[in-house]
Design a protein around this ligand. Structure first.
Ligand code: PLP
Length: 381
């Protein structure tokens, strides 16, 4: 830090310069992110709640009431009337906290999770000193349930299922996992799917059950800062039993609440309130319309890539299209040089496009035109 401060205007000018270098969702070229431009009310709500610390809730009863209402609305969306929870920074913190609780509740030392699990589970295993039992996938990129069964033992702390995998958007058979893990803890990572699957179901898509409607589901991660249209950071961890959160609570003597049950101490209220505001503002109908548009654009992208003679790795279940290519990394690199920001999956390697609300049909037309050029150059077609 410099000895003397700079004037407001010059610092702001520097910030503007930095911002100019960043990619923007509004430009439409970010194709590989599960986040999007926050809804206007989410931005405005975020700006209003920069002070409140949800880690010291006695000082902020108004904000805490909004957090409670966010948890109630999110749990209602996921058929979990009366479940408890807390707001977190996103899917990573939710998954780490869920496994921390599972370890405390069961006393187990192993976690059975699919190969498709987000890398946040690797972090969780490392931090919590748990042993991972990674399970392969079936032809539809869902966890192989018979292998899960073979790996459950009295050492199991948790079984993990994913409702909307990061790479392919697949939904694990959560009901089958629940029947296998009656005596153990079942955590569902619906960080992405939680704000997608319920609305796809409302729109008439055939969606498998994945939430608290299944009796054996103990906890769910769901991220308003993904398809929930809230600002970053905004995640929610829901717990079937109020006692689960108590398992990780510690005395918090200098704060306004006697005990604290969260990984973070000071917790951001802006993201949580932004999620509350946007859910109130859009209602179920608003989200349904957004998801309907994303799925229409997904189908459009699918038909356009098929016109080029390309195929998806799986028929999209969610607004994610994974395109089979002979040399996906080269196609990815060339598209990136042209300004696009798609992503690459791990296994099998393919080009991945997440059709978020900012990825409109106009954007897709421009993308397809560039994809065609690149694929011709690289002999993909
Ligand atoms: N879980 C799933 C299924 C995800 O797709 C992601 C991120 O994309 C995460 C967890 C991690 O979320 P975050 O980056 O908000 O921590």
């Amino acid at each position: 830090m410099d000895e003397k401060g700079c004037d407001y205007a010059s610092v702001m000018a520097e910030l503007q310069g930095a911002l100019q270098k960043d990619c923007k969702f509004s430009g439409g070229m970010i194709l590989g992110s599960m986040c999007t431009e926050p809804n206007r009310i989410a931005r405005d709500a975020h700006a209003m709640f920069l002070e409140a610390n949800l880690g010291n809730p006695g000082l902020y009863p108004g904000t805490q009431a909004l957090e409670n209402e966010l948890i109630r609305m999110t749990s209602e969306l996921l058929h979990g009337d009366g479940v408890s929870g807390l707001t977190v920074s996103g899917g990573t913190e939710a998954n780490i906290t869920a496994l921390w609780i599972a370890k405390k509740v069961t006393g187990g030392s192993q976690v059975v999770f699919p190969q498709s699990a987000h890398f946040s589970f690797q972090k969780a295993l490392d931090i919590l000193n748990l042993e991972g039992r990674e399970i392969g996938l079936d032809d539809n990129f869902r966890v192989d349930v018979s292998e899960v069964e073979k790996n459950i033992s009295d050492r199991t702390a948790a079984v993990v299922g994913i409702a909307g995998t990061t790479e392919f958007g697949a939904i694990d058979p959560i009901d089958e996992l629940a029947s296998l893990s009656e005596d153990t803890f079942l955590h569902v990572d619906a960080a992405f799917g939680g704000f997608v699957i319920p609305f796809l179901k409302d729109l008439g898509y055939d969606m498998p059950p994945f939430d608290f409607g299944i009796f054996g589901v103990d906890s769910i991660s769901v991220d308003p800062h993904k398809m929930g249209m809230a600002t970053i950071p905004s995640g929610v961890l829901l717990m079937r039993s109020e006692d689960y959160l108590k398992k990780i609570s510690v005395d918090s003597p200098y704060l306004t609440s006697p005990r604290q049950a969260s990984l973070s101490g000071t917790r951001c209220s802006a993201g949580a309130v932004s999620a509350y505001a946007v859910m109130k503002h859009l209602g179920r109908e608003g989200y349904k319309n957004i998801i309907a548009d994303c799925m229409e654009s997904t189908k459009y992208l699918l038909s356009r890539i098929r016109e080029l003679g390309l195929e998806p790795v799986i028929e999209p279940i969610m607004p994610i299209v994974c395109i089979k290519l002979n040399s996906p990394e080269e196609v990815y690199t060339t598209l990136t040089e042209m300004g696009w920001r798609p992503s690459i999956t791990r296994e099998p390697k393919c080009l991945r496009v997440v059709v978020m609300p900012h990825v409109t049909k106009n954007v897709l037309d421009m993308f397809i035109s560039d994809l065609e050029t690149v694929c011709r150059e690289l002999d993909e077609m």
